[in-house]
Design a binder for this molecule. Sequence first.
Ligand code: GDP
Length: 702
Amino acid sequence: MPRQYPIERVRDIGIIAHIDAGKTTTTERILFYTGISHKIGEVHEGAAIMDWMAQERERGITITSAATTCFWVPTYLNSKSKEDEYRINIIDTPGHIDFTVEVQRSLRILDGAVVVFDGVAGVEPQSETVWRQADKFEVPRICFINKIDRTGASFEKALQSIEQKLTPNAITLQLPIGEEERFEGVVDLLSQKAYAFGGDFGQEMTERAIPEELRPQVDAAREKLVEKIAAEDERLMEKYLGGQEVSVEELKEVLRKAVLSSKLVPVFVGSSLKNKGVQLLLDAVVDYLPSPVDRPPVEGVEPKKGETVTREPSDTAPFSGLAFKIATDPYVGSLTYFRVYSGTLKKGSYVLNTMTGERERISRLLLMHAAEREEVEELYAGDIAATVGLKNTSTGHTLSDEAHPIILEQISFPEPVISQRLEPKTKADQEKMSESLKRLMDEDPTFRVHTDLDTGEIIISGMGELHLDILVDRLKREFFVEANVGRPQVSYKEAIRNEAEAEGKYVKQSGGRGQYGHVYLRVKPKERGEGFSFVNAIKGGAIPQEYIPAVGKGVKEAMDKGVLAGYPVIDVEATLFDGSYHEVDSSELAFKIAASMAFQEAARKAGIMLLEPVMRLEVAIPAEFLGDVIGDLSSRRGKVEDTEDRLALKLIHATVPLAEMFGYATSLRSLTEGRGTFTMEFNAYEETPPSIAQEVAEGKRR
Ligand code: GDP
């Protein structure tokens, strides 16, 4: 079956917002209007729409999917033909922009974003954080000032806050007709047309006259808009300055290019709740946000040679795709959502998972729509879909053409930096808990769970306080498991300083069956993040092969237990270079114990240091608070790397030990009268100063 939608007609987008700005409502309305539009296209008659809408409302629209496919014909085309349809894939973005790799991945998967704002509150702290993340990934954006019907809403103020706090490149393409409870419709500045929204669901968008009293504002805003667009294109500028007529099409074309390179950010307005403005927002998604071919080719690594390679977003390139979400579906079981970056993928074919090196069979391909799923035979570059029953593919894994392997995301997940005790509230919770935790771990590779060997307690670890809060909350909401959590604690690690050798001997030869294990071990520090390796350098059969793996295990167990303060030792190369055995008394257990003893002694001789997670911190504050905030960071052992001006704000870049950051949000708020925001992510494990290491070892800081 050939491709149904030319790739130029595909939009892979995300909707991002501060909590409560209206992301859910806006997404819901988008699915609603696109559903109607699609059905109109199919049935070719108006009467069927109302029927369909009633049914749809009864069934309820699902918007919980990790990716939802919908279809839209821009309203200005005034067409019901499928030929004019665009395919819009809406990728769900995490509600909290903090710590997790999930945020970065979703920004990577999507090509463009709609940023939703509350018309009363304007830019809120979380919107700033999201905005900066999207800057980092160079995601083209359009803005939607929502809730303009609310008491206290002001388009002008909200627009100003975008210009001042986020980007001077924001330009408005619309003006609201009335605000607060008098909000009636919108004026589109480029076409100079005004629209009203009628019918039960605002589904009847009709053209109306621009109110006379709004004329001066419309003219002024349009002039500013045209000037800004013209400034992006020499030819257009000449025409404009020469007083020649510039067509709406020309302006849109130049504007589109400017949005794709993030030089301009168009702003739209409406009320999702009152069904006003959403159709025009969808037109804007089509007009200004990129199709997959408008984005640079995806980069990856060739697994064998380690070279950087790219894949064009083309159907004829070798297949490559990235799994970005594993979800559990009540009907089909485990669903793997992925994006096709290049090539095509047929149902029934095999692909290579380049992370595990295993083949996976693609038994089914599903497009997820709002209220149904659609089985398809084939996927093409730029598509976003789900497959069922993959065995060993996790979030972040690349699926690739077997003959042309590529790794799109190098997964070197950071070590979790924070841990909490987790205690089921009831017996029933206990039974469900481990299975639920396992599912969450499958979805999120930076989340880990283990049982404390000494106390039998369940310990969860992750990338920050908020990260663990969210997971505990999901446990409750999605898996109905209630749990008490302990205080968050920093995950310290231990490491050796030098190279050293030691002997370990475990011998018991009195009464009953004897034990005999005897090893010589050399330990050597490795670079941070290189992990543990075990080298067998036994010559001449001093220890029989069958006991060697037990030696490796013994070392690993001793490392996990820790030597200095009970924290795991990391980044060690351990070499087994000599030893002896006993024909009758030797056993795996005896060698394991001997190895463990040898490791502990060797590590002590090598010298042990305590490592703590150090975070990379970015704080955004009004300039007048700079001194206080930097002073506070120094008292937290923070090192300021530089400061930079970002519009009206100062940005501080610093590194600071996680142990000093508990409660930072509260403290920053009080230092800056509530106006400071920060983001924090893991940077590296670094040696803890001796005085603190001692306190930790003595248990004071736990
Ligand atoms: P989310 O947290 O960003 O997903 O926000 P929701 O879509 O859940 O909306 C938060 C609240 O704002 C809900 O009570 C919505 O009904 C309300 N809301 C959303 N859009 C609008 C709007 O356009 N106007 C008004 N007045 N309320 C809205």
